[in-house]
Design a binder for this molecule. Structure first.
Ligand code: PLP
Length: 376
């Protein structure tokens, strides 16, 4: 199998698998129990919290484990806005290219009586900080702009946006699901107040994620119960997921730069082979912007991306975010970038990962070139 869909999900790293096995087999105690099995589980949860905090450069008490990025995004937006009375209103700003878990949450908050503004992006898929400034109002409470797009891989100027928000006393949340474990994601460098991450985009299991909440930032829980996770996320901890997340992030932190360098080379090799083999121009979305090292979102000329992928069952890739892969509808990100419908329909997103080899890249390119020639 040629796996080129690492922005959708990653395999579980072998050492992560090893780390979680004992917690499937032997250490099943409830981390809240005070007997030895419970204490062992609590220690494992707190070790993983330390590993997560270390990658983000924050304190352990600023990390809240959730069921994934969707929940973390919900908790960030509903949690911050929920602290403010609906009667007095409040304004939320998001970008036009956010993941559905941010966009749909913003729509929900709008139905609850909050105002929402959406900041547009450039044709390269970048959110200009000055556009965020123009969207701010006196009653703006929170801005949410993703760190990097899951589709284009374009990395956003988060720190510049943070400076603008903080000048006005506005909180900034970033969905860093696609950057954590791929590039440096230090909360103090980014100057963010809240940050979302997900395990299964970073070689940990699915169903685990976290929200970083800067100390002093007040949020309302969305899950009520026994008061786990500092009262912000009740429910017995996903011990296996948490242990896996901690191990995966500690693994990532050990080789962030070399892994990024290697992925950049593979990604660049992939596009140069595709361009060498296809005589008509291939569009690379966000090509002029700073992008994630692993992501190549391209449009093949005069064909439909989905038709190409259907011809190559061996190649595991998507036409865009998972939300669009089965339909002919156009991704909201490409729409926001002003991409013409026929160009958008030719798109395929190729994401390399830790275990992608040069041979995989060569095979992927040759299969895509062959499919294009056949369809053309
Ligand atoms: N945010 C971004 C940018 C994503 O790419 C994803 C992945 O689908 C999510 C949020 C949702 O993550 P999860 O599957 O952990 O809920």
């Amino acid at each position: 199998q040629l796996y080129f869909d690492h922005n959708s999900t990653t395999p579980i790293a072998p050492s992560v698998q090893e780390a979680i096995l004992p917690f499937l087999a032997h250490f099943y105690g409830n981390p809240s129990s005070s007997h030895p099995l419970g204490i062992a589980s609590r220690e494992a949860v707190e070790d993983a919290r330390g590993q997560t905090a270390s990658l983000l450069g924050c304190d352990v008490d600023e990390v809240i484990f959730t069921s994934g990025a969707t929940e973390a995004n919900n908790l960030a937006l509903k949690g911050v806005m929920g602290r403010h009375s609906r009667a007095t209103g409040g304004h939320l700003v998001i970008s036009a290219i956010e993941h559905a878990s941010v966009r749909a949450t913003a729509e929900y908050l709008e139905r609850q009586g909050f105002d929402v503004s959406i900041v547009p992006c450039t044709d390269q898929g970048v959110i200009p900080p000055e556009q965020v400034r123009s969207a701010l109002r006196n009653d703006t409470i929170l801005v949410s702009v993703m760190h990097a797009s899951n589709e284009t891989g374009v990395i956003q100027p988060i720190r510049a946006i943070a400076e603008i928000c903080h000048e006005r006393g506005v909180l900034l949340h970033t969905d860093a699901t696609q950057t954590v474990g791929k590039i440096r994601t230090l909360v103090d460098e980014l100057e963010v107040d809240l940050l979302t991450l997900s395990g299964h985009k970073a070689y940990a299991p699915k169903g685990i994620g976290a929200l970083y909440v800067r100390r002093g930032v007040q949020i309302e829980p969305i899950m009520h119960g026994c008061g786990h996770e500092a009262g912000l996320r009740s429910g017995t901890e996903n011990l296996v997921g948490i242990v896996g997340l901690g191990r995966a992030l500690s693994l990532a932190s050990k080789s962030l730069d070399p892994a990024a360098e290697r992925m950049t080379l593979l990604r660049d090799k992939l596009i140069s082979e595709l361009r060498a083999g296809i005589p008509e121009p291939i569009v690379v979305f966000g090509e002029l912007a700073t992008r994630l090292p692993n992501t190549l979102y391209v449009s093949f000329p005069s064909v439909v991306g989905l038709d190409m992928l259907r011809m190559i069952p061996e190649l595991q890739a998507s036409t865009g975010s998972a939300a669009y892969s089965d339909t002919n509808s156009i991704s909201h990100t490409l729409e926001a970038m002003g991409v013409a419908a026929d160009v958008a329909r030719g798109s395929i997103r190729l994401g390399v990962g830790w275990y992608t080899s040069e041979e995989d890249v060569e095979r992927c390119a040759s299969l895509l070139i062959h499919a294009w020639e056949t369809l053309r």
